[in-house]
Design a binder for this molecule. Structure first.
Ligand code: ADP
Ligand code: MG
Length: 295
């Protein structure tokens, strides 16, 4: 690999909003056979909005929504921001700062407010605590089949309702995925979100069900990359979150969305300034063109 060709390639990339950290990354990316895409913030905009609230009969909507939003005040997750904003937009003022708060990675949040224990999160979270939510299961599934992310809420160990948020697919994601597949790459989606929501989003962007990995805990994202590498594949991982950093490091080519977190950008070999998946295909073309000059 001549340093000059690499320099030219890196310069061309920068012009197109593709920041490449070293000559090696530019060489690696043309060999990529499998591309793993994070869902939230990578395929989708990552700016969810609160769309639906469904409570058990007898629950007071204003009280429950206030407690849910107050519990989420301490979380930095985009889902938390969606809930807090959505509840405020419904004219509900938030007052209390929780006496106690904990973020449960990949599961939800837990807080104590006015002596009451509030939980907001996944089925797994409630299952682990032995809280049943059977009466809410059907409406939960219905929202998820529409591609929405749902979260269960429980007060003092009793499920009281669900909130659903919707994120939108970025313009260009479906096209970009199609173009990668047309180049012979196998494209996968990886997410911490539930399988119904994951399946709905995957269908809309043309990723086959067998290549959708859902309910993946943050610590397991890197393991999924490794699994494909152990099958002999050269793997690219594209992500934006703090959660994605270990997978970005593990991948042969770690690609961060420039619209994502600093931690993801630091962990990656390549940053897509525009935060659009179309740039992945452009980076591949650039890498191939550069390697052709080198050979
Ligand atoms: P992703 O890979 O989509 O960014 P995460 O691993 O961060 O997802 O979270 C997985 C799931 O855990 C979410 O889909 C959500 O159901 C739940 N969750 C995470 N953070 C929160 C939160 N602050 N409030 C409620 N639920 C949450
Ligand atoms: Mg993400």
């Amino acid at each position: 690999a001549t340093p000059t060709a690499i320099m030219v390639g890196t310069g061309k990339g920068a012009e197109k909003g593709i920041l490449i950290k070293g000559g090696e990354s530019l060489e690696h990316i043309q060999a990529v056979q499998a591309v793993l895409l994070d869902k939230t913030g990578t395929i989708t905009r990552g700016k969810p909005a609160l769309t639906d609230v469904s409570l058990l009969a007898g629950e007071q909507e204003e009280r429950v929504l206030r407690l849910i939003a107050e519990a989420e005040l301490g979380s930095e997750h985009p889902l938390a921001a969606a809930i807090v904003e959505g509840v405020r937009a419904r004219g509900i003022a938030l007052g209390a700062i929780p006496e106690q708060f904990s973020a449960l990675v990949g599961r939800g949040v837990e807080a104590t407010i006015g002596g009451q224990q509030i939980l907001v999160g996944t089925r797994t979270l409630l299952d682990e605590l032995g809280i049943s939510y059977q009466e809410l299961a059907d409406s939960m599934l219905a929202y998820e089949q529409q591609g929405k992310t749902t979260m269960l809420a429980a007060i003092d160990g009793r499920a009281v309702g669900i909130v659903a948020v919707a994120d939108t697919i970025k313009a260009g994601s479906a096209e970009a995925i199609q173009s990668l597949q047309a180049q012979g790459l196998s494209v996968w989606m990886l997410t911490g979100d539930n399988r119904h929501t994951a399946a709905c989003i995957a269908r809309q962007v043309g990723i086959v069900p067998e290549q959708v990995l859902s309910e993946v805990h943050p610590e397991d994202k890197a393991r999924q990359v490794k699994m494909l590498q152990e099958q002999g594949l050269v793997v690219a991982f594209v992500g934006d979150g703090i959660n994605d950093a270990p997978a970005l490091v593990q991948a042969d080519a770690g690609i961060a969305m420039g619209t994502g977190t600093d931690i993801a950008i630091e962990a990656a070999d390549i940053t897509l300034v525009k935060g659009n998946l179309k740039s992945v295909a452009t980076a591949l073309e650039l890498s191939r063109a550069t390697m052709r000059i080198i050979k």
